[in-house]
Ligand binder design. Sequence first.
Ligand SMILES: *Cc1c(COP(=O)(O)O)cnc(C)c1O
Length: 377
Amino acid sequence: MHFDTLALRATHQPDPATGAVVAPLHLSTTFARDTANELPGPYIYSRANNPTREALETALAQLEGGRVAMAFSSGQAAAMTIFQALRPGDHVLIGTDAYYGTPALLEEVFHPWGLTYTRVDMRDLNAVQSSLHENTRVVWCETPSNPLLHITDLLTVSRLAHEAGAIVVADNTWASPALQRPLDLNCDVVMHSTTKYLSGHSDVLGGALIFGKDDAFAQRVRQLQTLSGAVPSPFDCWLVSRGIKTLGVRMRAQMATAQAVAEFLDGHPAVEAVHFPGLSSHPDRALIQQQMNGPGAMLSVQIRDTDGGNGATEALRFIGKLNLITRATSLGGVESLIEHRASVEGPNSKTPKNLLRMSVGLEHPDDLIADLAQGLS
Ligand SMILES: *Cc1c(COP(=O)(O)O)cnc(C)c1O
């Protein structure tokens, strides 16, 4: 089945009780027992499970080709629960280019708690292999990476990790299951910030984990979630399910526009570099064609410095002139956003100071390019 059809099928659940074509929203926190004290279904209390959340989880498992899925209150809550399922003394391997919040969780929360971690360039397979230790439990991959759009060879990293007795968690937020299915590439767990492409309208905060196997690790993660309560509201789950219905068509349109925007920026004299998996100059082209169905709609651009500084002034002046593209963090919505990553990431940021990250939305490409052109002029 094609992805578009699968996304519709997975989220389209007419209500047998009423015939409602759109699945109802179950806000109830608790579920009634009959005179014999029996529950009519599997639901007891919504921290443990809820019909609207379960509908989203079933859909997510189908989209990623997994056995079991869990919806969380944010992407960070999902990542946090993976690390909570490890033990003091365990080791995590994570890329040098990654969403800054993930290594920040490891440094600020889990390092004091006894986890160790190593940051490695995930494109350097020899470095990955030599950084895998006896106590390495998780290899955390993010591809394309944030914000430099590096590509990780998921099949090979999974083989190396499994040989060393570790599991691979793939943050699939940027590609989304419309373009990449890490479980098919032998990864063990897929993580999402559903805040981004899956919901798609910048109006829900959510996260998800999808497991290839319903094994002891998956059950431990579920237990931690149920006990600690990092769960999304039913309304947020309902909104993510609604977003998924249009994911395929949104991604196709946004991707085509991102290609046009990247090609425009790539040739511009005020631009030093463009990072976008759809450019023929991207160093990982072969891998992109092998493991992705398209380049996605995220790109980063480095602005040329003109006064012997680090280019931050030129980058900030450029985005200050934009009229159509909104200056804001986050990504994956229908509106185009641009941001100076180093400003958001703070003093420990490793991101080049002249780098701007753009999430390309559903505006017409000509209008976006016109706005960028006047900003760069
Ligand atoms: C946004 C994002 C996260 C964090 O998700 P939240 O929903 O903001 O908690 C993690 N990974 C990537 C790649 C992201 O873009």
